[in-house]
Design a protein around this ligand. Structure first.
Ligand code: NAD
Length: 240
């Protein structure tokens, strides 16, 4: 029997990149899936919910529509994210606020709305998406702070929601080939292929990540095989 048969998953940022691959992975293993995003690639599976995760009403509506139209909510994955990179002396208030609003407020709103349902319906699984940048990364003062914050949120959510049978874990990817890393290559003025080659050379496994590499670990954490795993941060970066 497929691992996620009878389950309903909601993926924020599910319109492209890692989120889209996660939606596809859940769908391929039997789940009903909703993707909440500002925009969607043509080939996104499942229910598309146009949602700005920084807005409370929009996030609550996305969770409500998932429950109404797909019949419940068992899994939440928060992939919605942006970068506004700059060195500290050039970082603007807008750079700071936009990144905090999308990652921290967006994840706060989505996990709060999801837990309201999960705690009343026997439990669920949540996976938050951090980054190796949480360990510090030049030009990412805002993003690294937000991604470290998501690791802390994972721990606190796992403590508060454990008694309701909700597992909360965090995946922290390294370099993954998506529009986000393409944007970084453009900013530093390096062709994307060269940028990927450089990242692969820095990676013990000798390659960069693909969205499917991350989706597979997210799916594992949402599966019954990981039912005693909670509050953990798993680095998925082709090395330590
Ligand atoms: P991506 O840019 O391809 O996808 C991010 C998605 O989030 C987009 O579809 C975008 O529309 C959506 N989004 C942005 N702001 C939103 C908002 N306010 N409301 C709703 N949706 C919004 O990037 P990705 O690489 O797939 O990133 C997915 C997640 O993984 C992000 O949280 C990112 O920080 C994280 N991450 C990525 C990498 C990487 O190397 N690509 C590494 C570590 C962590």
């Amino acid at each position: 029997m497929p691992r996620f048969e009878g389950k309903v998953a909601l993926v924020t940022g599910g319109g492209r990149g890692i989120g889209k691959a996660t939606v596809a992975r859940f769908a391929s293993e039997g789940a009903q899936v909703a993707a909440a995003d500002l925009a969607f690639d043509d080939d996104v599976d499942g229910l598309r919910l146009e949602t700005d995760v920084t807005q409370r009403a929009a996030v609550e509506a996305a969770v409500a529509r998932t429950v109404e139209e797909l019949g419940g909510l068992d899994i939440l994955v928060t992939c919605a994210g942006i970068i506004r990179d700059n060195l500290v002396h050039k970082m603007t208030d807008d750079d700071w606020e936009a990144v905090m609003a999308t990652h921290l407020r967006g994840t706060f709103l989505a996990t709060q709305a999801a837990q309201a349902h999960m705690t009343q319906h026997g439990g669920g699984k949540m996976v938050l998406i951090s980054s190796v940048s949480a360990l510090g990364n030049r030009g990412q003062l805002n993003y690294s702070a937000a991604k470290a914050g998501l690791q802390a949120m994972t721990k606190t959510l796992s403590i508060e929601l454990g008694r309701f049978n909700v597992n909360v874990n965090c995946v922290a990817p390294g370099f993954v080939s998506t529009a986000m890393t393409r944007q970084t290559a453009e900013r530093v003025g390096v062709p994307f292929e060269d940028f990927q080659k450089f990242a692969a050379e820095q990676t013990p496994l000798g390659r960069v990540g693909e969205p499917e590499d991350i989706a597979g670990v997210i799916a594992f954490l949402c599966s019954e095989d990981a039912s005693f795993v909670s509050g953990q941060v798993i680095y998925v970066r082709g090395g330590p």
